[in-house]
Design a protein around this ligand. Structure first.
Ligand SMILES: [Zn+2]
Length: 279
C-alpha cells in the first residue's frame, strides 16, 4: 500500500470535521498535514496573543481525535497566524498592535512545536492588495516566523500572493536573511513550477487542481500535493474536496507509476517536516 499525504487541509467541527478525514481515508488517503484555521472562522475574537492558543488547541484536538481513532489516517498539526488576520486586527487595533498580536500568536505556535505538539509554523503575507505599510509589516511578521521556525528546528508553511519566479526568489531571499534554509520553507497553494522552486530551494505544495500534478510531474518529483480543503459549512464545494489527493494520485499512478508518488507522499514530507510517513 502506498502512502498518500495531503500537504494542506483544514478540518472544522462546524463543517464535516472527522467525517472529512474518513472520506479521505476511504478514497485511499493515509496522512494529513492539518493546518490551523483563521481565528474568525472559528468564532474566536483575538484581542490578546493568548487568544490564538484557543485556535491552536482546536487544531490539536482534531489531530488527537483522528490519531486515536480507527480511521486509518495519521494527522500532523501545523499552527500559525493566518496572514489575513493583519487586515482584521489593524481595523480594530491599528497596525502596530496588530503586528504585536500576530507575533505573540506565532511565539505561542513555536511553543507548541517545542513541546512536540506541532510539526511546523504557518505564516505568510496577504494574497490580496494591501497598503505599503501593511505589506511591510506582513513581511516582518513572516520573517520573524521563519526565524522562530529555524530556532525550533521546524519547517514553515507559507500562505502568500500567487507566486511566479520573481516572487519565489523573493521568498527564498527573505528566508535566507531570516536564518532559515529555503529547503525548510513550504509554499502552500503552489503552482506546478517544480524547477523554479528547486532552483530557489523552496518546497512547493502543489494544489491538486485540474492538470496541475501532470504539469508538476513533467518537471520532476520535488513537490507535495494538497487540496487546501477548508471544511467551511457556508462554502461547500468552494475548494477541492478531501478525496481529491488520493483519487488523483491513484488515477495518475496508472500513467506515471508508483515510484514517483512514494517520493511525493513519503520522502518529500519526511524530508521537509522531519516526520515519519509509514503505512
Ligand atoms: Zn489553507
Amino acid at each position: 500500500m502506498i502512502p498518500i499525504t495531503d500537504n494542506h487541509i483544514h478540518l472544522d467541527y462546524r463543517g464535516k470535521g472527522i467525517a472529512a478525514a474518513k472520506e479521505f481515508a476511504r478514497a485511499g488517503g493515509t496522512h494529513i498535514i492539518l493546518v490551523s484555521k483563521p481565528s474568525w472562522t472559528l468564532g474566536i475574537d483575538v484581542t490578546k496573543p493568548d487568544d490564538f492558543r484557543l485556535v491552536f488547541e482546536e487544531t490539536i484536538n482534531i489531530v488527537r481525535e483522528i490519531n486515536m481513532s480507527d480511521i486509518g489516517v495519521v494527522a500532523f498539526p501545523v499552527l500559525g497566524v493566518h496572514p489575513a488576520e493583519i487586515t482584521r486586527l489593524t481595523e480594530r487595533f491599528g497596525l502596530k498592535q496588530a503586528e504585536e498580536l500576530m507575533i505573540g500568536g506565532l511565539e505561542i505556535a513555536q511553543k507548541f512545536v517545542l513541546e512536540n505538539e506541532a510539526i511546523a509554523i504557518k505564516t505568510g503575507r496577504p494574497h490580496y492588495e494591501v497598503s505599503a505599510s501593511v505589506w511591510d509589516a506582513s513581511n516582518r511578521i513572516m520573517a520573524y516566523a521563519m526565524t522562530l521556525a529555524h530556532e525550533s528546528g521546524c519547517a514553515v508553511q507559507l500562505h502568500t500572493e500567487t507566486v511566479d519566479a520573481t516572487a519565489i526568489a523573493d521568498l527564498a531571499r527573505i528566508a535566507r536573511s531570516a536564518g532559515i534554509s529555503p529547503e525548510k520553507v513550504v509554499k502552500h497553494y503552489a503552482p506546478p513550477l517544480v524547477n523554479i522552486f528547486e532552483q530557489e530551494g523552496i518546497f512547493p505544495g502543489v494544489l491538486a487542481g485540474k492538470g496541475a500534478i501532470e504539469a508538476a510531474l513533467a518537471e520532476g518529483s520535488r513537490f507535495m500535493m494538497e487540496t487546501d480543503y477548508i471544511d467551511d459549512p457556508e462554502r461547500p464545494g468552494a475548494v477541492l474536496g478531501p478525496k481529491t489527493v488520493p483519487r488523483r494520485t491513484l488515477q495518475l499512478i496508472e500513467r506515471f507509476g508508483e515510484e514517483v508518488f512514494w517520493k511525493v507522499h513519503k520522502e518529500n514530507p519526511e524530508q521537509v517536516y522531519g516526520i515519519e510517513i509509514e503505512v
